[in-house]
Design a protein around this ligand. Structure first.
Ligand code: ZN
Ligand code: ZN
Length: 229
C-alpha cells in the first residue's frame, strides 16, 4: 500500500507492464485514484498552435495576438492538463510553500504526455535567483529532471530599460528576461528543442525563452511543453 501524497489515504497502486519495461526509473504511483480524478485532461477541441481549449475556430485568441507580433513563427505548445482549481491548489503548495515532495505528484500528472514528445534537447525555464533562494530548489527542473535529460541552456537575467515610454507592442517585444548560458558546450543547430514550463497562461514566458535561444541558434526547431494549459 502507498500513502497518497495529496490526501494521505492508503491505496493499492496500479502496476502496468509499461512501467515494468520502462528504461528509466520504475514509476511508483503517488496519488490515489480519487485525487487523480480531480485533474482534468484538456478536451479534444483545442487550438492548433498552443493546445488551449477553444469555443470556436482553430486558433485561439491568445495565439492570434502572438501572430500579430510573430507572424507565422508561432510557438507550437503541448500541454497535459487543464489548469483547474485542483491544479491551482497544488501549484500554490508547491511554489508558494516550497513543498518539494509535491514534485512527485506533478511528475505523475505529466510524464506520459511528455514522454510522447521526442526532442534532441529538453530545456527547462529557469527560476529567478530570488525564488531559488526562497524555495531552495528550482521548481521546474525538480519536476522534469527524473523524466527527461535536461540541458540548462537558459539563464534568468535581470530585465532593463525604461518601459514607460514604450507602447504595448514594444513592451511585449522588449521585456526579455532570459539569456543563453554560454558556459555550456551544446550545439542546437537544426536540433529539436522542447522548452519545459509548469503552466502556460499567455505564453509570454515561453516566447521570451524561444526568442533568446533563436537569437543564438536560428536554425533550431523549438517547441514547448507545460503540465497545465
Ligand atoms: Zn488521495
Ligand atoms: Zn492558441
Amino acid at each position: 500500500m502507498n500513502s497518497c501524497l495529496l490526501c494521505g489515504q492508503q491505496f493499492a497502486p496500479a502496476v502496468s507492464l509499461r512501467q515494468f519495461f520502462s528504461w528509466r526509473k520504475v514509476h511508483v504511483q503517488r496519488i490515489c485514484i480519487q485525487c487523480r480524478a480531480k485533474f482534468q485532461a484538456l478536451t479534444d477541441h483545442r487550438c492548433q498552435v498552443c493546445t488551449g481549449e477553444l469555443a470556436q475556430n482553430d486558433v485561439c485568441l491568445n495565439c492570434r495576438t502572438w501572430r500579430k507580433i510573430y507572424g507565422s513563427s508561432l510557438l507550437h505548445h503541448h500541454a497535459a492538463l487543464r489548469y483547474n482549481g485542483a491544479a491551482h491548489d497544488l501549484m500554490v503548495n508547491y511554489k508558494r510553500y516550497g513543498d518539494y515532495v509535491l514534485r512527485a505528484v506533478l511528475q505523475e500528472l505529466c510524464y506520459q504526455e511528455l514522454r510522447q514528445i521526442k526532442a534532441d534537447y529538453y530545456v527547462p525555464i529557469p527560476t529567478s535567483a530570488a525564488h531559488l533562494a526562497k524555495r531552495q530548489f528550482d521548481t521546474i527542473s525538480a519536476i522534469y529532471d527524473d523524466i527527461v535529460p535536461l540541458t540548462p541552456a537558459l539563464l534568468k537575467v535581470s530585465d532593463c530599460g525604461a518601459q514607460g515610454s514604450k507602447n504595448r507592442t514594444e513592451r511585449l517585444r522588449s521585456e526579455q528576461t532570459f539569456g543563453v548560458n554560454h558556459d555550456l558546450a551544446f550545439d542546437f543547430k537544426q536540433r529539436k528543442i522542447l522548452l519545459l514550463d509548469d503552466i502556460y497562461t499567455t505564453g509570454r514566458t515561453l516566447y521570451h525563452a524561444r526568442d533568446a535561444l533563436s537569437a543564438v541558434f536560428p536554425a533550431a526547431r523549438i517547441e514547448s511543453f507545460s503540465i497545465y494549459r
